[in-house]
Write a protein that binds this ligand. Structure first.
Ligand code: NG6
Ligand code: CA
Length: 503
């Protein structure tokens, strides 16, 4: 037993010390392939490598075991659109008043002039691609889905795009390849409206008998594949995706992209749909987790990621590929459909020890799994450095030899590669346009009006008439509000917050 322990300690120490100055010098100005695997609503406690008791995610754990796992990493926001906006632009989402959860018909949120992660990588010779969820708007206003749709991902830096426009629960429920709806029949044009139904079209609200997945809140407009959605649609039937094969479908596109582009450095933003609602595991995964569809789709995602890693290996590119794994915001159980996520939860804690979840200014909303894998280049182990997804822009600019871009993105390359434990000093996090400050070990939430618990999803979102101040080092679960007992720290936090928010 003792020898065993010694061996573990030895291995860990050896792994840490095996990364030298020389190694670091070698990776600067390197041009590895870069793959961002980005899940949707996956929580801090949803993976076995982050201590999940209820789910076993061996393929994702391999990324952690062969790379660097962060404990203090943040999405910029506790919802999707703002986090993705920050990831791609390096800009805080609260600087853009439109960076909120978007309907499927919203115009493109990123301006043509803005610098983006794929543009920066293109300037360094990369081929750039996105496969999966977009949710950053398309077009300039009215979209005719039957024509070429532009601007979109291809206009903000992606050479290749194969996307869903918004979310799996929003219309249109079609794949869009480089700006064109895939599989659209000439005689069945598609129309989309978020305000008004099309005459004679059934809805989840009026025709529950046509649904197999039942809506709980929202999600009672048009019915596609017996699932009621957000928004109304008419026509375009041949282009509708199949929900249960979506994961395989995107995987296939991602694999083809890798195979077709491996001769040059490539960037792949692989934005998976799991475990966002509606949770529609392929029959291969139904019942596998014991936690209902939410658990099943996480296992489906884990398998899918294993396949993607296999493809990188088989195509002989894994050793020269930097893989970044993360999620856009924290977890939610019932996000609008009755799918047993609450009833079958058991001992599993999607946010781990953290308070709150999706939509929340508490840690459960924004602290997310974040891992970096790059064989022989990234230190193995665990990092407590404070990092945010918006820092990838300038960290990867540093890595690939591009100049730094004037945004909110910090160059944290040394922390990201495990060369240093030093991350950001401070970070402003966001939830539904409300913001809070993380600085050092502390988290301060200003007073906000609104319910403490978002009723339909049963999540504590962080609203309170009083300032809230937490020491995350001693109280990660945010049980103890120290605002009154530590006025000095509160004052300091308010001052930094106001400076950063530009008040
Ligand atoms: C909410 C939806 C929720 C989900 C979310 C976006 C209702 C009642 N709720 O408005 O189901 O779609 O938007 O999630 O409609 S996100 O991960 O893309 O931000
Ligand atoms: Ca999300």
């Amino acid at each position: 037993m003792k020898i065993y322990k010694f061996l573990i300690i030895f291995t860990v120490v050896f792994a840490f010390s095996s990364f030298s100055e020389k190694d670091y010098a070698q990776v600067k100005n390197a041009k590895p392939n870069i793959v961002i695997i980005y899940l949707d609503d996956l929580g801090y406690g949803d993976l076995s490598c982050y201590g999940s008791l209820g789910l076993n995610t061996p393929n994702i754990d391999k990324i952690a075991n062969g790379g660097l796992r962060f404990t203090n990493a943040y999405a910029s926001s506790s919802t999707c659109t703002p986090s993705r906006y920050a990831l791609l632009t390096g800009s805080y989402p609260w600087r853009n008043k439109d960076a909120k959860i978007l309907p499927g018909t919203a115009p493109l949120l990123i301006s043509a002039e803005q610098q983006t992660l794929p543009k920066m990588l293109k300037s360094q010779g990369y081929t750039t691609g996105i496969v999966g969820k977009w949710h950053l708007g398309l077009g300039n206003g009215e979209i005719d889905w039957n024509q070429h749709i532009s601007p979109g991902p291809n206009e903000v830096g992606f050479d290749f795009s194969y996307i869903m426009a918004a979310t799996q629960d929003r219309v249109p429920t079609v794949y869009i390849k480089n700006g064109d709806v895939v599989g659209l029949g000439k005689n069945d044009p598609i129309q989309v409206n978020y305000n008004k139904n099309f005459a004679g079209e059934p809805t989840g609200k009026d025709n529950p008998e046509l649904t197999r997945m039942k809506w709980h809140h929202g999600h009672n407009n048009s019915i596609i594949n017996e699932i009621p959605r957000i928004g109304y649609v008419k026509g375009g039937k041949s282009a509708n995706w199949q929900d249960t094969t979506m994961s395989d479908h995107f995987l296939n596109e991602a694999e083809n992209y890798i195979k077709n582009n491996k001769v040059k450095p490539f960037f792949l933003y692989y934005a998976m749909q799991q475990p966002h609602v509606p949770r529609t595991p392929n029959p291969r995964f139904v019942g596998k987790s014991g936690l209902g569809p939410r658990g099943d789709v996480i296992l489906e995602a884990d398998w899918t990621i294993g396949e993607l890693m296999k493809t990188l290996t088989n195509e002989d590119v894994l050793d020269n590929t930097l893989v970044i794994f993360s999620s856009d915001n924290g977890p939610v159980l019932n996000d609008g459909y009755d799918d047993e996520a609450v009833e079958k939860l058991g001992v599993h804690k999607p946010a781990g020890v953290l308070k709150g979840g999706k939509y929340s200014l508490y840690e459960g909303g924004v602290r997310i799994p974040f891992m970096i894998y790059w064989k022989n280049k990234v230190k193995h182990g665990v990092s407590d450095a404070l990092v945010c997804q918006l820092d990838l822009l300038n960290s990867l600019a540093q890595l690939t030899g591009a100049s730094q871009i004037n945004t909110d993105s910090n160059n944290l390359l040394e922390a990201i590669l495990g060369k240093s434990d030093e991350g950001r000093n401070a970070l402003v996090i966001e939830a539904n346009t409300k913001t809070a400050l993380r600085k050092g070990d502390w988290l301060m939430i200003p007073p906000y009006a609104g319910p403490a618990i978002l009723e339909p999803v049963q999540i504590e979102v962080g609203n309170s008439p009083d300032y809230q101040l937490f020491n995350l080092k001693t109280d990660l679960g945010q049980y103890q509000n120290l605002a009154k007992s530590n006025p000095e720290k509160l004052k300091e936090m308010i001052s930094t917050y106001e400076t950063l928010r530009g008040k």
